[in-house]
Design a protein around this ligand. Structure first.
Ligand SMILES: [Zn+2]
Length: 363
């Protein structure tokens, strides 16, 4: 891996995610993720990823460098060292690198009040008590009404209560979850009590969504559904979504997003396959995704698009609909109920011994 990274031209640094993924990858139980990560470096050649404020940069890389998504894949791939240098395609120099999520930007997360609202309504949107909201935003004083456009702090990191995913996705909980911040390339429902995740979940999501939207002025915003509650636990009607590692993400559709339903069924008539594949690739390239649940029907459409870039073996390692080997685990797996959105499960954070990758029964 060192040799591979050193070959990268003028470059850069990686996500803290990358450092974690690279260091711990051999210990990861999820061999399917490794297969996916090891698949063709060329498949992600167009996606650039940079990191502005690395928390713990890998020692072999200089700060303020930029790492291509290819390099992210190579770094977490167990087979990367044999890869000839020529296989690494770097993004064109003119392409601006995409800033990966940084720990700094998540130490305090702000939200823009979308319309004139009562403070109590804001509290119910965010699962906060009024006293908590006022403590986060002392400038509010005793105000009961908030004007449209007001910027509020809705999360502040507290070193005494670090963010932790505890237990399994179907049984666990979350300590001091971090809300997914707002951004240009994604949307969330106005009501936000369930958009909290573990740190690697939120960092991975942010990075992938920024990669998705980079250099694509017409990319429609990705719909993000529920993640977990601020402190995790049961989240009806989901079986999982309890420990800050599960995220519901809409497919990118080619039809206008004005229908009343938040989730819309995807099929060959309305799926924007190129952009949906770009999104899936960006998620997997973070090295933090353990599993993606997606219906067979949508998988087939995306696999056809992916086949333009991946070999048959790589496809079989990624999509269960393309896999004929029952002993082989794939990163994308059918699970009913995922025709109108995919469910992305992030890995346990490196070093978090209280996190359990899976529940009994494999879910
Ligand atoms: Zn889900």
């Amino acid at each position: 891996m060192v040799a591979t990274l050193m070959r990268l031209r003028s470059l850069l640094v990686a996500l803290p995610l990358l450092a974690m993924a690279a260091a711990s990858v051999t210990e990861r139980a999820s061999s399917n993720a490794l297969q996916a990560a090891g698949m063709g470096a060329a498949s992600l050649s167009a996606l650039g990823v940079a990191h502005a404020h690395p928390v713990a940069p890998p020692p072999i890389l200089a700060p303020d460098a930029v790492l291509s998504a290819d390099a992210v894949l190579s770094a977490v791939a167990p087979v990367a060292p044999e890869q000839p240098a020529g296989m690494l395609e770097l993004p064109p120099e003119s392409e601006a690198p995409v800033a990966a999520a940084s720990a700094d930007e998540l130490s305090g997360v702000r939200w823009t009040v979308p319309r004139r609202m009562r403070l109590n309504e804001v509290c119910s949107h965010w699962g906060l008590w009024p006293s908590e909201l006022r403590e986060l935003n002392p400038e509010l004083g005793s105000t009961d009404w908030l004007d449209e456009g007001t910027r509020l702090l809705v999360h502040r990191e507290d070193s005494r209560r670090p963010t932790r995913s505890i237990g399994a996705p179907t049984k666990g909980r979350l300590h001091a979850g971090i809300p997914l911040p707002e951004g240009a390339h994604w949307v969330m429902r106005e009501h936000r009590p369930h958009v909290f995740g573990a740190r690697n979940t939120i960092e991975g999501l942010l990075t992938a969504l920024r990669v998705y939207g980079a250099d694509d002025a017409h990319a429609p915003p990705v719909r993000i559904g529920e993640i977990s509650a601020r402190y995790g636990g049961k989240l009806s009607p989901h079986v999982s979504h309890r420990s800050g590692r599960d995220v519901d993400i809409g497919y990118v559709l080619s039809e206008p997003a004005d229908s009343g339903r938040y989730w819309r069924f995807a099929d060959e008539r309305n799926l924007d396959v190129a952009r949906s594949w770009r999104l899936l690739k960006a998620l997997i390239a973070t090295g933090e995704v353990q599993q993606v649940f997606m219906s067979i029907r949508v998988q087939r459409l995306l696999a056809r698009e992916a086949a333009k870039e991946l070999s048959g073996d790589e496809l079989a390692g990624m999509f269960d609909v393309m896999n004929r080997d029952p002993r082989r685990a794939t990163i994308v797996r059918h699970e009913s109920g995922h025709r109108d959105h995919m469910h992305v499960r992030f890995k346990c954070e490196d070093g978090n011994v209280r996190c359990r990758a899976r529940s009994h029964g494999g879910l």
